[in-house]
Write a protein that binds this ligand. Sequence first.
Ligand code: MN
Length: 495
Amino acid sequence: MAVSEEVKKQYVPSIGIETHVQLSTKTKLFSAVGNDARGAASNSLISHIDTGMPGALPVLNQAAIEQCMRAALALNTQPQKFSRFERKHYFYPDLPKGYQITQLENPIIVGGFLNVPSPNGEFKVEIERANLEEDAGKNTHPEGANYSLVDLNRAGTPLLEVVSRPDIHSAAEAKAFAREMWLTMKYSGVTDGDLYMGHVRFDVNISVSKEPGKLGTRSEIKNLNSFRSVENAVAYEIDRQIELLEKGQKVVQETRGWDEAKQKSIGQRGKEEAQDYRYMPEPDIPPLDLEDEFIKNSCAEMPIMPQDWREMISNFGLGKAETETLLDAGTESIGHLINVREAMNSGEAFARYVANTIINIVLPFERYLLENGSKASTYNRMKIYKETFRLQKENKISSSNAKILIEKFLNPNTKNLDAEVEKQAEIEGLLQVSDEAEIEKIVAEVLSQNTKAAEDVKKGEMKAIGFLVGQVMVKSQGKANPQLAQDIIKKQLSL
Ligand code: MN
């Protein structure tokens, strides 16, 4: 049964999102074992603590606490001075201890909020709490095999679980929130934020209700690791719940999984209550009682956050979409944003030029290089931008040749690059010909070979002049100064 848009409008969806953020500490939360499992062989990053050997004692990693301090600030709140750990018991092969060390009663962050920009304007999502906990390992089920494999590299990796209030009211808002949370955590430097590696994962709680302010029964979809799957899963679940209610049935409180291939959610297990987990205080880790000095020092060098960047770089007439593209680029290399900020000191026109050059030339070329297994050269970017900007302003290079020149400088395989940008342009033959005598010669040729177009221009059909300028550009291999070419065409046709 498909529900009409008219019926859908009668329901208010409310969505709360739990974000699991993998902290980018050098070692795990409770053991001195490497935390970055990217590229590591299965079960190579484990110790007696991560494998839950009897008698193994966890030692809390101070760096993880420091990152939580920064995360609190990024979420617009202060960290809790007092917090403690609990054991949450459940049985699963990827959890050899039989319990997860997490925080229940006294999490390290309470409160906070995130302002989320969206196409329909900004909306605010309150943060209920965020707790520090350890991740579990990973089970894999080889196709056709009658066994499963367990990789414990991820066991004991520090996670910050950030729980939002159900302040999100559509699939589009859910996607926008997920991206903003990712940006916020990446910019604050608490995570590498590699979505492909599952560094940031989302659990979404969804309910619908006809009474605003009153929540319906919710279902939870766990372990989504892309913004798109958050959006699609929420949209699917809203429709599924409305259909059930319209048929006079009930929504069951349960955990559901998201099937990416089928774009469907599937019921997995029923409602769980806190008592099912037999929570108990963790006896091996004393409660945390943080000093003001420690909190202050941990947050001493807070980076510029996405919202501040937005305000800073939207000042010179850059569109919303362009601003967001730059922010995404900033998660790969903050250098791009720093270049734009630096360019602002030299005026709006230059800042806009740098922003657009990064978006239209540098980012696509960096992506191309990466796809071919190399990285852009470390040649001084600001020097390239300043020089190509000047050369274009002085009509010494066309925009298409400027692009070729910039790519030469970015390409690590370019040989014998001159230290001076203009000199390199000259060597490559990319500079425009502003030598009148030479252009006069080319124009004369073009006019004699295109008598029809020349006649049209004479009759006042100025459209045809564009064609003639184009011919001059072709003949000069793109090097003629087009304005000069146009002036000379007019002169030769005695216009
Ligand atoms: Mn969790």
